[in-house]
Design a protein around this ligand. Sequence first.
Ligand code: NDP
Length: 276
Amino acid sequence: MNSLDRYAVFGSPIKHSKSPRIHQLFAEQTEQVLQYTAELVDAEQFEVAVSHFFSNGGRGLNCTVPLKELAWQYAPHKTERAQLAKAVNTLIMQVDGSLLGDNTDGIGLVTDLMLNHHICLKHKKILILGAGGATRGIILPLQEQMPLSVTVANRTVAKAVSIANEFKHKGLVTGCGYSDLAGQRFDLILNATSASLTGELPPLADTLLAEQGSCYDLAYANEPTAFVRWGQSQHAIHSLDGLGMLVEQAAEAFYLWRGVRPDTKAVIQTLATERQ
Ligand code: NDP
C-alpha cells in the first residue's frame, strides 16, 4: 500500500481539473509530503468509490460536479455552512475515524473578493445570477460579511425564491427572475450560472451595475468569459473570473486536512501564467 498521505478529487468529467496541480503547488510550498490525484467517478459509483478510498488510507477528498449533493448525503457530520448549502465539496477524515463534510466554495469566493481584490462587501448590494449548487455554497459566507442585501436571480424563478427562503434567517435575501431586476442597481454582480461554460450570458440589462461596481464570474477559462467581457463593457472596477476562488477554496480544504495555510497569491499567479 502507498505510504504517502492520500488525497483526491472525484467528479465526472475530471480530466480538466486543476485541483491536482493546485495541491501539488501547495504541498511543495509548505513542504508537505502527500499525493493528490483526480479520479473519474460518476454518481452511480460514488458511494463505493468513497468507501474504498477511505478504507485504503485516504485522508481527505474533494467532490465536484455532479457529486457535491451526494457527498452531502453521505457525510455523517457537516459544518453549518455545508449543512445549509446542501452540498459538500470537501470530506475530512477526523481523528476518531468519522467523516466531516464541509463546503469551502463560499469562503474561497469571499477570500478572493476581499483579500486578493480588496472588494468590500459590507453594506453593499449583491446580485447572484443562478440558483444552483454554487449559489447555495456562497450565500451564507456572503451574508456573514454583512452586505446591505443579497438578491438571487434565476431563469427558473421558483428555485431562486426557494433558496432565498432557506437562507433568509441569516440575512436579507430575496429571490426573483431576471425581469424583476429592472430599475435596480448592484455594487457586486456574481455570475453563478453555468452559462459561461457554453459561452452564453444570462439576460442582463445595461443598467444593473452601480457606478464603481464589480463583476465576478465563478466560472474560469483560458479566455475571458462572456460574463467577464460583459462586466468590462459595463465599466466595472473589477471584472474577474473564478480562478482565484478555485485556488482559495482548495487552500481552505488543504488547511482543514493539513493544518497549514498555503500562500495562495503565489499559486494563483503560477496558474494564471500557465493558462496564457
Ligand atoms: P448548477 O448546474 O447547479 O446550476 C446552474 C445554474 O445556471 C442554474 O441556476 C441554471 O438555471 C443556470 N443557467 C444555466 N445556463 C443558463 C443560461 N444560459 N442562462 C441563464 N441561466 C443559466 O451549477 P453550479 O451551481 O454547480 O455551478 C455554476 C457555475 O459555478 C459553473 O460555471 C461552475 O464551474 C462554477 N463554480 C466555480 C467554482 C470555483 O471554485 N471557481 C466552484 C463551484 C462552481 P436554471 O435553474 O433555470 O436551470
